[in-house]
Design a protein around this ligand. Structure first.
Ligand SMILES: Cc1ncc(COP(=O)(O)O)c(C=O)c1O
Length: 383
């Protein structure tokens, strides 16, 4: 096949005329002297649409998943002396907000197939200091919510889901946004939906928790006859222009996810006979299809993913990404004394993974080329 160049795009979803119109209409109203950037009717509309889509009673829009997680840590009163259990196989932010609030992060290992936090490994890490558990729906695949519900009930520990990859994900055909104490979403530019490059939301079925998060994202204000500030909060709000685009984006997220799902399923078909590659699990209607992460089956092909990725890039022009190096490898966590000794599955998996470029507009011809290049790379590295 003729060599192509296939980049790993910095844009996971679809931006179209409806998004442009939504953004421009807000700015135009301001230019015409008819509107302002505040107050925010779009905030309520977006929050209602998002909560309904994710199956939660309430959604609170914030400006990132990081600030969503931070609001949850603050709302739970996480601080010095507390422990928060999470996965090391995620973006650093999953663990960072707990550390920023003074807690000690405790890494529990992941499941070798789903790559999600393993509930059995979490059980082993619970102490009287454990104040929260943060599982991640990795790549868009829902984690074992039933098991985490059971742990939460037995141990009385709240679960905050990092749903950065998971807008539209389902668990047993049900949306996930009302599960646990809360879920934290990202609308950063790489995600399947984005609000002009940034954004986030907290969803929850707990009205009081939602109100606490709402206060924290706006300086601690309680709205009412008399404005009161009852806690120290921040300005973690999305802008009105972002919220207007959030409305157009949430309306088409199922379509975007389905475009990615069809392409991921096609790649699964094309690669299914390659023993050297472990395919991503669970790419079905429940999967939010944010990332398509393959693993080199290092028991069959003794090659690290980094070398495989370099070969793909240099010889076939296919750019990949790594989701993720384990969090303990980031300098700050290494300095704090973390390592992978307790998480052998995550350590092994992190050396095996690479994310392939699968986007809503990826052509089927490109998918054929990607599969062909992977098979060639396997063949060439086997020699
Ligand atoms: C699993 C996970 N959690 C949290 C974040 C942080 O999201 P944001 O950039 O919206 O703060 C990301 C970002 O990619 C992520 O992948």
């Amino acid at each position: 096949m003729e060599k192509k160049q296939i980049p790993f795009l910095a844009m996971g979803g679809l931006y179209q005329q409806d998004d442009l119109d939504a953004a421009i209409s807000v700015i135009k109203e301001v230019c015409d002297g008819r509107g302002s950037f505040f107050p925010l009717p779009e905030e309520n509309e977006f929050q209602q649409l998002f909560a309904a889509h994710e199956g939660a009673r309430k959604a609170v829009a914030v400006n990132s998943c990081g600030t969503a997680l931070d609001c949850c840590m603050m709302a739970l009163g996480i601080g010095d002396g507390d422990e928060v259990i999470t996965t090391p196989f995620s973006f650093v932010c999953t663990a960072g907000t707990a550390v920023a609030r003074g807690a000690r992060v405790v890494f529990a290992d992941i499941h070798h197939e789903t790559l999600n936090l393993d509930p059995e490994r979490v059980r082993e890490k619970i102490t009287e200091r454990t104040k929260a558990i943060i599982p991640v729906h990795f790549a868009g695949l829902s984690c074992d919510i039933d098991a985490f519900d059971a742990i939460s009930k037995e141990a009385g520990i709240p679960v905050i889901y990092d749903a950065a990859h998971a807008v539209g994900a389902k668990h047993n055909n049900m949306p996930i946004g009302g599960k646990g104490k809360a879920s934290c979403y990202s609308f950063q530019g790489n995600k399947n939906m984005t609000c002009l490059g940034e954004g986030g939301a907290v969803t929850t079925d707990d009205d009081q928790f939602a109100e606490k998060v709402r206060q924290l994202k706006t300086f601690g204000y309680v709205y009412g006859e008399k404005l009161r500030i009852v806690s120290i909060g921040f300005n973690y709000r999305m802008t009105k222009v972002q919220l207007a685009v959030g409305i157009t984006q949430i309306k088409k997220i199922d379509f975007v996810n389905s475009l990615k799902r069809e392409r991921m399923q096609r790649l699964n078909e094309l690669l299914r006979d390659v023993d050297e590659i472990i395919l991503p699990p669970g790419i079905d209607e429940n999967h939010a299809c944010h990332l398509y992460v393959i693993r080199i089956n290092t028991d069959v092909l003794a090659v690290k993913a980094d070398l495989f990725a370099a070969h793909l890039k240099n010889n076939y022009g296919i750019q990949t990404a790594k989701h993720y190096p384990p969090i303990w490898e980031w300098e700050i966590f290494a300095t704090l004394g973390y390592d992978g000794s307790d998480c052998p599955v995550a350590a092994k998996v992190a050396s095996q993974v690479l994310s392939l470029p699968v986007f809503p507009n990826t052509t089927y011809e490109d998918l054929e080329y990607i599969a062909y290049s992977i098979k060639q790379t396997v063949y060439e590295l086997r020699k």
